[in-house]
Design a protein around this ligand. Structure first.
Ligand code: A3P
Length: 316
C-alpha cells in the first residue's frame, strides 16, 4: 500500500463517498471515477494527485495501455529505442538485461522503485489511465502518446491469469466465469475495455501527430515495421546507417519475449512485494483465448465488442 486508507485526504474521502462502488475480484473495492473503475482509495488519491500536480513537458513520451495489453514489451522497446545511443542494444551492460522494463519506465499513477537508471530526456512515462483522466497538462502539452491495445479476448485471458497469480496465496482462485462476467460488465481496474480503447482511438484519428494507436496482435505479426513507425512517431527515426547494421532486429531480439523472460532478473526478481517480475511474462502469444474461452464466451465477447465499437472503425 502506498497510502494507507487513514492517510486519504479529506477531498479524496469526500470524492469516494460520492462514487459508485463495486467489490473488486482481486481485493477491496472499486470506485467508478470519470467513467472508469479504480481499485481502492489509495489509487484514487494517487490519480487525483497526478491530475492536480503533474506537469507535462512537450518532449514527454507517454506509453498508455490497459493492463495486460503488452505494456512490458512496449516499455522495453521504447526504452531501447530512445536510449540506443547511450546503450547499444548489443551491449552486455544494457539496462534491460538487469532490470525489469517496469523499473526503467515508470507509471505516472504509482511509484515503483528505480534501480538507479535515469531515463533522462525525453521522459518516458507510462500510464493505464483512460484519456478522460489524463492530467490537463498532458492534454494541453505537445507530448506524444503511444497507445497499445490488445484484442479483448486475449486481454481478458491474460488478465484472468494475472489476477489469479496475485490472489492465489491469500484467497484462493477466481473462477473463469466470475472473471468473465466482470470483464463483460467492464467492472475491473481501468475497465471498461472498450471505452478505454475508444477514447484513444478517436483521439488518434483526430490528432495522429500526437497519438499513435497500435495493436499488440499486429505488432506481434510485424514487429519490425511497428518499431520503425514508433521511432518515426517519437522523433528518433531509424537511419539508413542503423538499418545497414540491423538495429531493428537487435532491438527486437533484446526485447523479445523469449529473451526477456529468460533473464535472471525477470525469472527471480520482484517488482514490489507480492509482484514477481516473472508475473509479467506468461505466453506472449496471439489467440491464447482459444485455449480458455468456451465458444459461447468467445461469441458473447465478440458481440459486445461489435456493439460497443460500432462504426468507430476500430475492430479486432
Ligand atoms: P499473456 O498473459 O497472454 O502471455 P502487460 O505487460 O501489459 O502486463 O501484458 C502482459 C502480457 O504481455 C502477457 O501476455 C505477457 O506474456 C505478454 N508479454 C510480456 N512481455 C512480452 C514480450 N516481450 N513480447 C510479447 N509479449 C510479451
Amino acid at each position: 500500500k502506498f497510502i494507507q486508507e487513514e492517510e486519504l485526504s479529506e477531498e479524496c474521502r469526500e470524492l469516494i463517498s460520492s462514487l459508485p462502488t463495486e467489490k473488486c475480484l482481486l481485493f477491496g473495492n472499486l470506485y467508478q471515477y470519470q467513467g472508469f473503475w479504480v481499485s481502492s482509495g489509495n489509487y484514487l488519491q494517487k490519480i487525483v494527485t497526478c491530475q492536480n500536480q503533474f506537469e507535462a513537458r512537450d518532449s514527454d513520451i507517454f506509453l498508455v495501455t490497459l493492463p495486460k495489453s503488452g505494456t512490458t514489451w512496449l516499455k522495453a522497446m521504447v526504452f531501447a529505442l530512445v536510449n540506443r545511443t547511450q546503450y547499444d542494444p548489443k551491449s552486455t551492460q544494457h539496462p534491460l538485461l538487469s532490470n525489469n522494463p517496469h523499473q526503467l519506465v515508470h507509471f505516472l499513477e504509482f511509484p515503483i522503485p528505480r534501480n538507479g537508471v535515469d531515463s533522462s530526456t525525453p521522459r518516458l512515462i507510462s500510464t493505464h489511465l483512460p484519456l478522460v483522466s489524463l492530467p490537463e497538462s498532458v492534454k494541453k502539452s505537445g507530448c506524444k502518446i503511444v497507445y497499445l491495445c490488445r484484442n479483448p479476448k486475449d486481454n481478458f485471458v491474460s488478465r484472468f491469469h494475472w489476477q489469479n497469480k496475485l490472489r492465489r496465496q491469500e484467497m484462493g482462485g477466481i473462477s473463469l466465469e466470475e472473471a468473465f462476467e466482470s470483464f463483460c460488465r467492464g467492472v475491473y481496474t481501468y475497465g471498461p475495455f472498450w471505452d478505454h480503447a475508444l477514447g484513444y482511438w478517436k483521439q488518434s484519428l483526430e490528432t495522429p501527430e500526437r497519438v499513435l494507436f497500435f495493436k499488440y496482435d499486429e505488432m506481434k505479426a510485424d514487429p519490425g515495421n511497428h518499431l520503425r513507425k514508433l521511432a518515426d512517431f517519437i522523433g528518433c527515426p531509424i537511419s539508413k546507417e542503423e538499418e545497414s547494421f540491423n538495429l531493428v532486429d537487435q532491438i527486437l531480439e533484446l526485447c523479445s519475449f523469449d529473451h526477456l523472460s529468460n533473464l535472471e532478473v525477470n525469472r527471480t526478481g520482484k517488482l514490489l512485494p507480492g509482484i514477481n517480475n516473472s508475473n509479467f511474462f506468461r505466453r506472449g502469444e496471439v489467440g491464447d483465448w482459444k485455449n480458455h474461452l468456451t465458444p459461447e464466451m468467445a461469441q458473447k465477447l465478440d458481440e459486445i465488442t461489435k456493439e460497443k465499437l460500432g462504426a468507430s472503425g476500430l475492430t479486432f
